[in-house]
Design a protein around this ligand. Structure first.
Ligand code: EPU
Length: 344
């Protein structure tokens, strides 16, 4: 079924809980139906945005365009051999429902992404990641409809040009396709990724299996991140910047001049490291601080929150001020991970 609503409030469709509207809101749950809808010219020429569960967006204003909201569901094994299982999942499924399913069935690969907010479709667009695993590591291929003519296209992983919180859907394929299904390739044998930030330590003394990894990640995240549904946020607001080792060394020298500070980093390559933006924001004194209705989460400074009655402008102003402060102290430009939705 295809449902069309006009002048629709998105308050329950963005995790910041901002009360902005869109001119049109279209929901669909069937690929063939959506294909004919597109072929009949129903969305051509419109300003579009494909909305998942709104967990990584900032609605800057009322959106003068059409929000496309997938309700395509289903988790189906489409191939398996002794080593792998390929699972085709509807873009409108909640990512964590699929992860819970994979852990329940003993398939390995998705567990580090446990309780990551968002939908399956968005996992491919944004290449979501946590605890050393990114969606790209388990995505085999993505099925989509071409907006121009309603045809189906299946793109293998290599064609999707994945990067850090990046895919082709945010670059040259932007507004060209609607993602309908994602096929993930999972392993039947254990191949756990435990090296990231304290995960192995948290697992010490526990039996290590898919269930214990999932439970541990859920508990780490619940301790650090605001509870979805209770506190408005969009997870990490900024990306962690990638800088050269010489810049990193310089920051270490400056920051540890009069105290013994260890600047955290993730190694990216021989010459590059990623510095956690949350650490820099905390060093600038922003952790737990507020600006009008918006605030910086007191347990994780990378997360901006709606303190209850934030306007979009409060969040935008807070983000801008933090960017300026980080630039002044570290000489590093931090970029939002959250997608700003406006009418520009
Ligand atoms: N840190 C601080 N102060 C803070 C926050 C972090 O000092 O307020 C330090 C921590 O002590 C640690 C380092 O910064 O040494 C990294 O912190 P954390 O492990 O919390 O992860 P992150 O780099 O801030 C990234 C992802 C998260 C993901 C976690 C865990 C990005 C932008 N964010 O955050 O993803 O859950 O790693 O893998 O890459 C998201 O994208 O919405 C998201 C939550």
């Amino acid at each position: 079924m295809i449902s069309i609503k006009k002048n629709f409030s998105l308050k329950n469709y963005n995790t910041f809980g901002l009360d902005q509207r869109c001119s049109e809101f279209i929901e669909y749950d069937d690929v063939a139906e959506l294909q004919s809808f597109i072929k009949d010219g129903n969305i051509s020429g419109k300003r579009l945005f494909q909305l998942g569960s709104g967990s990584n967006i900032l609605l800057c204003d009322d959106f003068d365009g059409t929000m496309m909201h997938s309700q395509i569901k289903g988790i189906e094994i489409v191939y398996e051999d002794a080593e792998f299982v390929d699972v085709k999942v509807g873009a409108g499924e909640i990512m964590d429902d699929f992860i819970a399913w994979s852990v329940e069935n003993g398939y390995c690969g998705a567990e580090n992404l446990s309780i990551i907010p968002g939908t399956v479709g968005a996992s491919a667009v944004q290449n979501v990641g946590a605890y050393g695993v990114e969606a790209k590591d388990i995505i085999k291929e993505v099925e989509m409809i071409k907006i121009e003519d309603g045809s189906i296209h299946v793109a293998p992983n290599e064609e999707l040009h994945f990067g850090y919180r990046l895919s082709r859907f945010k670059e040259d394929w932007k507004d060209k396709f609607i993602v309908t299904h994602v096929t993930y390739r999972l392993k039947k044998e254990p191949d756990f990724k435990l090296s990231y930030g304290g995960l192995a330590k948290e697992l010490e003394g526990k039996e290590i299996n898919l269930k214990s990894i999932r439970e541990t990640i859920i508990s780490i995240r619940n301790n650090k991140l605001p509870e979805v549904g209770k506190v408005g946020s969009a997870g990490s607001f900024f990306k962690n910047p990638i800088v050269s080792r010489s810049i990193y060394d310089e920051i270490c020298r400056r920051e540890s001049a009069d105290e013994s500070v260890i600047v955290p980093k993730y190694d990216i390559s021989e010459n590059e490291v990623k510095i956690p933006a949350g650490w820099m924001i905390e060093r600038c004194g922003w952790k737990g601080q507020s600006h009008n209705g918006a605030g910086v989460w007191h347990k994780q400074a990378l997360i901006l929150v709606n303190n209850g009655n934030a306007k979009s402008s409060d969040i935008i102003e807070l983000a801008n001020t933090i960017q300026v402060d980080v630039w002044s102290r570290f000489g590093i430009k931090i970029e939002p991970e959250v997608i700003y939705i406006n009418n520009l």
